[in-house]
Design a binder for this molecule. Sequence first.
Ligand code: NAP
Length: 480
Amino acid sequence: MDEKIIEGKMFINGKWKPGKNYFDVVNPFTDEVIGRIPTADDKDIENTIDAAVSAFQISKSLTAYERARLLEEVSKKIDENQKELSKLISLESGKPIRYALGEVKRAVETFKFASIEAKEIYGEVIPMDAAERGKDYFGFYIRVPKGVILAITPFNFPLNLVAHKVAPAIASGNSVILKPASVTPLISLKLIDIFENAGLPQGVLNILFGAGSEVGMKLVKDDRINMVTFTGSLAVGETIKREAGFKTVTLELGSNSAVVVEDVEDLPGVVDRLIVGAFAYSGQVCISVQRIYVNRKLFDDFLTLFVEKTKKLKLGNPLNPETDIGPMITTSETTRAMEWLEEAKSKGAKVLTGGKNEGNIIFPTVLTNVSKEMRVIKDEVFAPVVSIVPYDNFDEALKLADETKYGLQAGVYTKDVNKIFKAVDTINVGGLILNDFPTFRVDHMPYGGVKKSGMGREGLKYAVEEMTEIKLVVIKRQKR
Ligand code: NAP
């Protein structure tokens, strides 16, 4: 066997375990096999759930100091291995190396923030005697971990989105089963390795691989699991919600993020920023800029500049530090996005640049003349395709931005404070970003969607809230 091929194992109850059947991990740029990963069978799933259930007795009795120290150590080790980790992300996901490095740096912070949150899990005293019947009662609550948390993660941020689930789960004393995306499992293996070296207690974090619809679904349905934290597509999120039964479910799903450009001082600067928002990682980001509404007064200049600058983006090998646009994650995703472009063209969309592919690389594509019924507008395009639409009336533009089944983040550029308030009132999203792109995220802010973009919030403090229960204690005074 080629020595560059990574031979993976499952990690169950603190031990690395080979499997009976394996699947290949393929570099989407070269089509080379770079890893072989075991598919969990029923026995592996059973053993993992057993391990996580018993390890909960360990994880819940770790002190805040111990949980924080473990997470701090993981953060440090990721920091020390930035180069190796970003290369691995780039190889398995096709993400251009500078964006992969950006993801690793964010994961360093995510674990660091989690280590801080581990020490900040507070309860509250309840003034019981505020009620007539509360005289002589003293009440307070504490936050306790939920139990076994199942983390199911997508391909597009294969390290930092795993971090967003594993880190707060451990910070708050839960045990974890991780099922990463089948196309990008290798970086999760590295993360488990790092955890093991950082002193992970046995069974507290386990990893299984295999098709989400098989392995993932079996785990989702199991009653011994207390919470599913899922990031991925709307279709899978809906299935998980339906099948999860009586357990907590948080869903971080997709979007077709809009930005309204009403007035700007630095037009070239805004165009540069929105080009990054639209095309970074070939638009395969849940908060990619997909729809840009531009005040007609700025429209011609904006469009000319946008197309001119888009044409200068460098396409090619993701490992080249100069590369802006690498491949789509799979050939089927390339085909799907190209079909959506064909549909848009057949309904009258004009392609100003791009609109074609070479292998899995889709050229960054700018569309105008789009309409609401096209899939590139109403659904999540998840490819390097952006639509630019002029408007005459700011209120109308806000309505257009809001006219979608999704509601993750939106952006509005304006200096007028009254317009800012109007935007806050009109656009129904989890996060509204003023004077920057909707793609903005730092890892400790509350992050998540409304409508079909999901339910629940991530961002370490907020994820800890989702992953803990309030436990009330009431004491009745016996004597005065
Ligand atoms: P996906 O196809 O929904 O897969 C996500 C995960 O779910 C994978 O681990 C997958 O396993 C698993 N899965 C698939 N079917 C399942 C089932 N029936 N039961 C349980 N698990 C199942 O999503 P993706 O293509 O990897 O990621 C892209 C999507 O994620 C986009 O819609 C994007 O917007 C969204 N996303 C959202 C956020 C956010 O924070 N809101 C962030 C990033 C991405 P397999 O890989 O084995 O199929």
